[in-house]
Design a protein around this ligand. Structure first.
Ligand code: PRP
Ligand code: URA
Length: 209
């Protein structure tokens, strides 16, 4: 699992524990996901392209480093990806944003597409595809294939909770794409849910059933 990065900071683990609890409210689930996404961003964006700009401090002029923000693209896998997106945009507000709409068919567990809107010039951007759950890996693999088809070359995938089976499948289809996750859980159950996981991320984020 050489391309898997489990970001195990105490703040992330603590907040994830609160999110996993079945009686966490929609409001706190949403707030915690936004907070964790900022902490995960620290690792997934560690090698962002920088530029040198001329500034003046109160003491002297200097050449200082600045993120090339417009070169960054976050791609949210609907619906639940939007919960991670907010925290990332708090940190990189000028990033471009793409949306990929898909849901898992309950019987086949394969993704069903319904929407695709990506920014232009994907080949020039650092692209972070975000979805809280990497379960069978079908949605993550399909999302990354789609952004690559649009020209993206530097692609990373960010998940909150991952299953070993899902990462395995993802890595077979996209061996060169790094995956950042807060937790690698035990397994999938017979319905394709991550165990122990946190349930249906989209439903918990938006208060649907
Ligand atoms: C969830 C989740 C992922 C997918 C993961 O979305 O947000 O997109 O399942 O499962 P997989 O790894 O087995 O593909 P869901 O399909 O429930 O759609 P939703 O976000 O619209 O609720
Ligand atoms: N999708 C979710 O939202 N949760 C899971 O455990 C698996 C897929």
């Amino acid at each position: 699992m050489s391309n898997l990065h489990v970001v195990d900071h105490p703040l992330i683990e603590h907040k994830l524990t609160l999110m996993r609890k079945k009686d966490a409210s929609t409001a706190s689930f949403r707030r915690l996901l936004r907070e964790i996404s900022m902490l995960l961003a620290y690792e997934v964006l560690r090698d962002l392209p920088m530029e040198i700009v001329d500034i003046e401090t109160p003491v002297s002029p200097m050449k200082a480093k600045k993120i090339q923000g417009k070169k960054v693209c976050f791609v949210s896998v609907l619906r639940a990806g939007d919960g991670l997106l907010q925290g990332l945009l708090d940190l990189v507000p000028v990033a471009r944003v793409g949306h990929l709409g898909m849901y898992r068919d309950h019987k086949t567990l394969e993704p069903v597409w319904y929407y695709n809107k990506l920014p232009d010039k994907m080949g020039e951007r650092v692209t972070v595809v975000v979805d809280p759950m990497l379960a069978t890996g079908g949605s993550a693999a399909a999302a990354v294939t789609e952004v690559q088809k649009s020209g993206a070359k530097d692609v990373r995938f960010l998940a909150l909770v991952s299953a070993p089976e899902g990462y395995q499948r993802f890595a077979e289809e996209h061996p060169d794409v790094p995956v950042y996750t807060a937790a690698l859980d035990e397994k999938l159950n017979e319905k394709g849910y991550i165990v122990p996981g946190l349930g249906d991320a989209g439903d918990r984020l938006f208060g649907t059933k």
